[in-house]
Design a protein around this ligand. Structure first.
Ligand SMILES: *Cc1c(COP(=O)(O)O)cnc(C)c1O
Length: 402
């Protein structure tokens, strides 16, 4: 099929739930993607946070290759070593607890919501979530998501969610009542525009949860697997969750989700209360084990801790140059650039120049390169970004000084 055929047939055969960019990628390796015309791109937003270890990392490819001819799937009424090895690895890197495997972030959130309701035993069911949060598109996760634009047209949504402003401890205290069973949030809102939870805020939330027996659910679907320079973002806060949701980068590019529950309350779920046919299959778990190996073998956490601040510093220098850049913020390699204008044109100009970034909330550029990004690659990306912002702002008449 030619490029035109492919795009036309998408129109004919694929439900149009996405605004797609007319680029067809056919190959990927590390930080690089290659499109159908042979053009190469530097990928600074690999898979919306899926490919933290880069495209087709050898540790993931090797793991999949090794497993795929042995056994791809067995149902969850039997045992397999890969599933328990992966659970052990997640627990070793997070907190003492137990894991439920599913296939996506939304499913992980659904599992967390059901768990919280089971924990409330019919007496408490209310879950507090945050404005500008993102938890997925299934109805429960959508009800938890604090953005009306995603909910419009899909009412009635499941009840039992109260959404409050993020980073506002007063707003939280004001809505907690005898029905509250959980507080669910992202430590850094990704889709919401790289909004970072305050350290004191999180400490206060933890204290409230302990005092009132409320579950703290952290959605680490986007912040997890080394994205912020720690394996999980909660490590920056000195605050551990009761429940943690993982997905995106966990499978090294393959689909997997997980709910991690701390030991003390893990018995809330009993046989028959929740399930997933594909959850934690031998193949996917092997791929995820490969992703962990990749992170350790290439010392990606240490690299993210060096390269994140480096990119932030360089972006702050750029900010001095461009009026359109209002704020640069981030943690590790999860970085946002707040603009005072729409970011779409910058995204498009970057793409034209062979750099993939993202634009969220209309005016926040999001940069999340693979965790083994080199200084050379970062410099190249920053150069393209600078050139692209200059071109776009000249066109829009937005002054560029010096
Ligand atoms: C992407 C995302 C989800 C949803 O994950 P899916 O795999 O698309 O269902 C949930 N929470 C956060 C924080 C995310 O970034």
């Amino acid at each position: 099929m030619t490029k035109t055929d492919i795009i036309e047939n998408y129109g004919r055969y694929i439900l149009s739930t996405y605004a797609r960019t007319p680029v067809i990628f056919v190959k990927g390796k590390g930080m690089t993607l290659v499109d159908i015309t042979g053009k190469k791109y530097l990928d600074f937003f690999p898979g919306w946070g899926v490919s933290n270890v880069g495209h087709c990392h050898p540790k993931v490819v090797g793991a999949v290759r090794d497993q795929i001819s042995k056994l791809i799937h067995i149902p969850n009424n039997f045992y397999h070593p890969n599933q328990v090895k992966l659970a052990q690895e997640i627990i070793r890197c997070s907190f003492p607890g137990k894991v439920f495997f599913c296939n996506s972030g939304a499913e992980g959130c659904e599992a967390a919501i059901k768990f919280a309701r089971a924990y409330g035993r019919g007496r408490r069911h209310e879950i507090i979530t945050m404005k500008n949060s993102f938890h997925g598109r299934t109805l429960g996760a959508l009800a938890a998501t604090g953005q009306a634009k995603y909910q419009e047209g899909f009412q009635p949504l499941p009840q039992g969610f109260t959404t409050i402003p993020f980073n506002d401890i007063g707003a939280l205290k004001a809505v907690i009542d005898e029905k509250t069973v959980a507080i669910m949030l992202e430590l850094i809102q990704g889709e919401g525009g790289i909004n970072i939870a305050g350290k004191d805020y999180m400490k206060e939330i933890r204290a409230i949860c302990d005092q009132k027996d409320i579950l703290l659910i952290l959605d680490e679907v986007q912040t997890g697997m080394g994205r912020t320079g720690e394996m999980f973002a909660f490590k920056h806060y000195g605050v551990a969750p009761d429940l943690m949701i993982l997905a995106k980068a966990l499978g090294g590019g393959l689909p997997i989700g997980a709910l991690v529950v701390k030991d003390k309350i893990a018995g809330t779920f009993k046989p028959g209360m929740h399930a997933s046919t594909f959850g934690g299959s031998p193949l996917i778990c092997k791929a995820a084990l490969g992703a962990f190996k990749a992170i350790f073998a290439d010392q990606m956490l240490a690299n993210a801790k060096i390269m994140g601040p480096y990119i932030l510093e360089r972006l702050n220098q750029l900010k001095e140059k461009f009026d359109c850049m209002v704020e640069v913020r981030g943690l590790g390699l999860m970085i946002g650039i707040q603009l005072n204008m729409e970011g779409k044109a910058v995204f498009e100009e970057c793409l034209q120049n062979g750099l993939i970034i993202n634009c969220t909330q209309g005016n926040v550029l999001r940069i999340m390169p693979a965790l083994n990004v080199t200084k050379k690659q970062a410099d190249r990306a920053l150069h393209i970004l600078e050139k692209s912002i200059a071109k776009v702002t000249q066109h829009s008449g937005n002054e560029v000084h010096s």
